[in-house]
Design a protein around this ligand. Structure first.
Ligand SMILES: NC(=O)c1ccc[n+]([C@@H]2O[C@H](COP(=O)([O-])OP(=O)(O)OC[C@H]3O[C@@H](n4cnc5c(N)ncnc54)[C@H](OP(=O)(O)O)[C@@H]3O)[C@@H](O)[C@H]2O)c1
Length: 274
């Protein structure tokens, strides 16, 4: 029951009505009997600052952010974790006396791979946008020798250089290097939107081999072509909803100080994706 003491959390974005977060979050609070409620708030780009100040004044415990607010939030929080700093994007905020911004994309992806016991010693990340950057940095921090491949090679080069500047290992290239790189890779992470809407993949099925763990950041109701191809090729698979689930776990545990009920969250997420 929502009472006068109920703690408030939200996801802000524009659009935000498609978000799976409220269902996943509220199911987890209910399962543990925690007095929290999580809502989706449509916030226009030009109203971000007012909305953040409003949530502070109204005593929100924190919030998640999606498009188009992740970059602008970097300028509004008081402090950021290293992942938010690296990606220049904040997707989660703790509200206490100050605003603490962090980015769970990379750690969520790494945790999903860890849970699958993936061998991340040599990884290939396809895509150098928000998700690709975050995943590549988290993999490198996790000890992986990471290669970032992108349609626009210069963007991949810039991400790899930034990772190397952080004292970690990274290489880069264009999508034409996919075949050679996949031969020796142990993990492949796909982080472009290809496959979100159509049954298509940027990775030719014949390049997948059983020694690969394949993670697709794309999540949707049906299996993506990449995940279907990877299953056929005998790869270990990590679908995109698992990355989302572990991101949910990370902020749940920060906000509540309790262990996240993973089974409940997984079930709610799967139901919401139907
Ligand atoms: N599961 C999760 O928790 C989670 C979290 C974050 C994002 N995602 C998903 O990850 C995907 C990427 O999101 P994002 O935020 O990183 O997007 P983004 O910042 O817009 O980056 C898009 C990337 O995809 C590449 N790309 C776009 N269209 C392409 C095509 N037709 N062929 C080859 N490469 C193409 C772009 O390459 P260029 O640089 O050459 O344009 C760029 O590297 C989306 O589907 C998003 O929903 C999932």
């Amino acid at each position: 029951m929502i009472t006068a003491k109920t703690k408030l959390l939200a996801i802000i974005g524009d659009p935000v009505q498609h978000s799976l977060s409220p269902v996943m979050r509220n199911a987890s609070f209910e399962a543990l009997g925690l007095d929290y409620v999580y809502v989706a708030l449509n916030v226009k780009k030009e109203e971000l600052e007012t909305a953040v100040a409003g949530m502070q004044v109204l005593g929100f415990r924190g919030f998640n952010a999606t498009m188009p607010h992740k970059k602008a939030l970097c300028g509004l929080v008081d402090e950021m974790d290293e992942f938010a700093k690296f990606c220049d994007a904040v997707n989660t905020v703790d509200i206490n006396e100050t605003l603490y911004g962090y980015n769970t994309d990379g750690p969520g992806a790494l945790e999903a791979l860890k849970q699958a016991q993936a061998d991340i010693s040599k990884s290939v990340v396809i895509g150098a946008g928000g998700a690709g950057r975050a995943i590549a940095y988290a993999l490198a921090k996790g000890g992986s020798e990471v290669t970032i491949l992108n349609r626009d090679e210069r963007k991949a080069d810039a991400v790899a250089e930034k990772i190397r500047k952080a004292g970690l290992k990274a290489k880069s290239g264009g999508l034409n290097e996919l075949e050679a790189q996949l031969k020796t890779a142990s993990t492949l992470c796909h982080a472009t939107p290809v496959g979100m809407h159509g049954h298509e993949s940027v990775i030719p099925a014949k390049r997948l081999h059983p020694e690969l763990t394949v993670m697709d950041a794309v999540y949707k109701t049906t299996e993506t072509k990449l995940i279907a191809d990877a299953k056929k090729a005998g790869c270990q698979i990590v679908p995109g909803w698992k990355m989302l689930l572990h991101q949910g776990q990370l902020s749940f545990e920060r906000w509540t100080g309790k262990k996240a009920p993973m089974d409940v969250m997984e079930q709610a997420l799967k139901e919401a994706m139907k």
